[in-house]
Ligand binder design. Structure first.
Ligand SMILES: [Zn+2]
Length: 331
């Protein structure tokens, strides 16, 4: 199936120059499995990698059907599971959350040693009393409903109406706007935290949006984003079939260096970058190979548990997986 859309050629989204070379050519659109092909280029001046030419903002919607994986609600963690109790114990004892800790300090210490890093990827390090949190690209509201449960005053923006309806009608979320970030109405210096999980790589104007996020944050406000890392191990070995490449939905393909440069240019101070420990990219990329054998082997539960997960853990420790969480502060 071939989709109908308009293409535009752009300058580098980071430095604005018009000096780039091909990075990956003939990249098939794999996320929805259509017969459309794209080119990914690398800026010769600043090293930014980006899809170019790319579908225009007005026409890229054809690559985001309601059936896309981004918008499908998943099962939520139950409040009484052991995983949830461990989370609450760490948040209460170590991150100033005003919630009741199911376990005491000693266990909190052990839990933090064991899963503290994993938790830090998805959670704000310090709770702000009455703090306002905005999730840009909040999809069906999983993160927001969890953060509301932990005490945050939550707001969300999502372009997909079906996902917004789920967040509002099923999860009972109130402040969710069905619009783009550019259309979103809000006063400056309003939020304590802005969160964007796997969203910046989809934006037509990432620099403009990060600058606006900077304006909406209070002084010393926190920006927490996750983006794919095109210099990561899985992205390198799988190349144009890497799960995180995802052209043309992904327009901007960052490395730790280019995301730091873009955040600095938007007025942020990058505090730390944590590479996520996930076997997903090793496994999911293999499904795009012509021969499905490798995918079937990698996704089998014993292989996943004994090899993929420990390997991803080590890769993450070395800062070499293909997904990273970036913590930045408004200067
Ligand atoms: Zn550049």
């Amino acid at each position: 199936m071939k989709l109908d859309y308009k293409l535009e050629t752009i300058n580098c989204p980071l430095c604005g120059k018009n000096n780039y070379e091909p990075y990956l050519t003939n990249v098939k659109e794999l996320y929805n499995g259509t017969d459309n092909y794209f080119t990914v280029v690398k800026c010769c001046d600043c090293g930014m990698v980006f899809t170019n030419p790319r579908p225009t903002k007005d026409s890229i919607g054809v690559f985001y059907p309601d059936s896309a994986g981004y918008y499908q609600p998943k099962k939520r963690n139950k409040e009484n599971t052991i995983e949830e109790k461990i989370k609450r114990t760490i948040l209460a004892h170590y991150y100033s959350y005003k919630i009741k800790a199911p376990f005491g300090k000693f266990l909190a210490f052990l839990f933090k040693k064991l899963i503290g890093r994993k938790l830090a990827v998805s959670h704000i390090s310090n709770y702000v009393e009455g703090g306002k949190l905005l999730d840009i690209g909040c999809s069906w509201g999983q993160y927001l409903s969890e953060m509301a449960y932990y005490g945050w005053d939550v707001y969300g923006i999502e372009i997909n109406k079906k996902a917004v309806d789920h967040a509002k009608n099923v999860l009972g979320m109130k402040n969710i706007d069905n619009c783009s970030f550019e259309e979103y109405q809000c006063q400056d210096n309003f939020f304590d935290v802005i969160h964007m999980s796997m969203a910046v790589e989809h934006l037509h104007d990432p620099l403009g949006c990060l600058k606006r996020a900077h304006n909406l944050l209070k002084k010393n406000g926190k920006l927490i984003i996750s983006v794919p890392d095109i210099s990561g191990f899985e992205a390198r070995i799988y190349g144009k079939i890497a799960y995180t490449l995802q052209a043309p939905q992904h327009l901007n393909h960052f490395t730790p260096g280019t995301i730091t440069a873009m955040l600095n240019k938007s007025g942020f101070n990058v505090e730390r970058i944590i590479h996520q420990s996930s076997g997903k990219d090793l496994i999911e990329s293999a499904k795009y190979l012509d021969n499905k054998l490798l995918h079937n082997i990698l996704k089998s539960p014993p292989i996943k548990k004994l090899f993929i997960k420990p390997f991803a853990f080590l890769l993450a420790k070395c800062g070499k997986t293909s997904r990273m969480s970036v913590y930045a502060t408004k200067n």
